[in-house]
Design a protein around this ligand. Structure first.
Ligand SMILES: NC(=O)c1ccc[n+]([C@@H]2O[C@H](COP(=O)([O-])OP(=O)(O)OC[C@H]3O[C@@H](n4cnc5c(N)ncnc54)[C@H](O)[C@@H]3O)[C@@H](O)[C@H]2O)c1
Length: 350
């Protein structure tokens, strides 16, 4: 039997993974305890997504386990062991602002939870492909030292810089920079996933996400920016932009395109490979540009204020260079761009 095990299965990337892999594996095992409610309140609950997955996919089996609970995880791994051919590990505390509130909770979920999964993989399913959703916050605020130029609606990198054409690649240093506590816990996990590849030979792939997005995000103020922005526009709730005059640039990748990257990696896996994974030059926007575009597409007029204080560790300009991944997997490409993503999120509210 071929099994795909997905942690954070009710979240944005987890649920997209369940959907994507449901016709490619005999059984999909999902692990998610709806911890998102603890982080962001009931509006961010992923319970409905879980129920939909159970209803929609007969080969889906859900476990309400906590990835911090090694014993609960071991029961699952020991039962299915070598039948597990793919692990997509997305469960996490995902917000850098939230991490400072409860550093131990953040670290235990992001770092120790990942180590639990790696160790159980080594023990019960060493031939599996292990995919980890890391983050561009592993580079800390180093991108803010790039030569940036202010335009009317966005910051942009100097067009003579090597990152101008395709964005920031994986060679950027992860050291001696301010990560936020979230960035530090994710970097710990990122390095552990690399190490279980290099040291034990497990086929591990690390995908350092820009903004991951799509209509299935349970957007909350502290996490899921495009989804939350559209929610504010559609429900007439004012939005606050923190710092950089709203000109900070993020790249946005649809959850489908990211999970499709996982699928390409799974079919020709490598060991301890690290990829930047975002919308790149194909799909990016500043906060102000995103609001303009949402207003055009939705016919609404989102009210917003800009305050001076930026979020600690926030990037002023981030565009992921995905050319390393494209070189390794030339058949992969984007299906969706920013307009498609916004249109889909807006449709959800209509
Ligand atoms: N969304 C983004 O913009 C973004 C950007 C970069 C990296 N990432 C990373 O991608 C991954 C997926 O992000 P997402 O947007 O799908 O997040 P999400 O919050 O939508 O989904 C994560 C899921 O994990 C579950 N979870 C959290 N802690 C758990 C625990 N202890 N045990 C079991 N389940 C638990 C949550 O209930 C939630 O359903 C995360 O690792 C995140 O750090 C996300």
């Amino acid at each position: 039997m071929n099994i795909a095990l997905i942690t954070g299965a009710s979240g944005l990337i987890g649920s997209e993974s369940v959907k994507f892999f449901s016709d490619k594996f005999d059984l999909i095992i999902g692990i998610d305890n709806n911890q998102r409610v603890y982080f962001f309140g009931n509006e961010a609950s992923t319970e409905n997504t879980k129920l939909n997955l159970i209803k929609s996919f007969p080969n889906y089996k859900h476990f309400d386990a906590d990835i911090r609970d090694y014993i609960a995880l071991e029961k699952i791994f020991s039962e299915y062991s070598n039948d597990i051919k793919l692990i997509v590990h997305t469960a996490a505390q995902p917000s850098h602002d939230w991490a400072a509130k409860e550093p131990f909770v953040d670290f235990n979920i992001n770092a120790t939870g990942t180590l639990n999964l790696l160790e159980l993989t080594r023990k019960y399913a060493p031939n599996t492909v292990f995919i980890f959703t890391s983050t561009n916050k592993v580079y800390g605020d180093t991108p803010n030292n790039l030569p940036l130029i202010e335009f009317e609606k966005r910051y942009e990198i100097d067009n003579n810089h090597e990152y101008y054409l395709n964005g920031i690649d994986e060679k950027m240093s992860v050291d001696q920079t301010k990560h936020s506590l979230f960035g530090a816990s994710k970097l710990s996990a990122d390095i552990f996933v690399q190490e279980y590849g290099r040291y034990f030979g497990i086929k591990t792939g690390i995908f350092r996400g820009g903004c991951l997005t799509g209509p299935n995000h349970a957007g909350a103020q502290l996490h899921g920016f495009l989804s939350y922005l559209v929610k504010c526009a559609m429900t007439n709730v004012p939005y606050t932009i923190f710092g950089y005059k709203g000109k900070q640039v993020r790249d946005n990748i649809h959850s489908y395109d990211l999970v499709n990257m996982f699928w390409h990696f799974y079919q020709a896996p490598r060991i301890a490979e690290v990829y930047n994974a975002g919308g790149g030059r194909h799909s990016n926007c500043s906060m102000i540009e995103a609001i303009d575009q949402i207003n055009i597409l939705s016919g609404k007029n989102l009210l917003y204020t800009i305050v001076d204080d930026n979020r600690i560790g926030d990037h002023i300009w981030w565009i992921s260079d995905v050319s390393k991944f494209k070189k390794h997997y030339p058949n992969w490409n984007y299906k969706y761009d920013l307009n498609d993503i916004l249109t889909q999120i807006i449709e959800k509210f209509n």
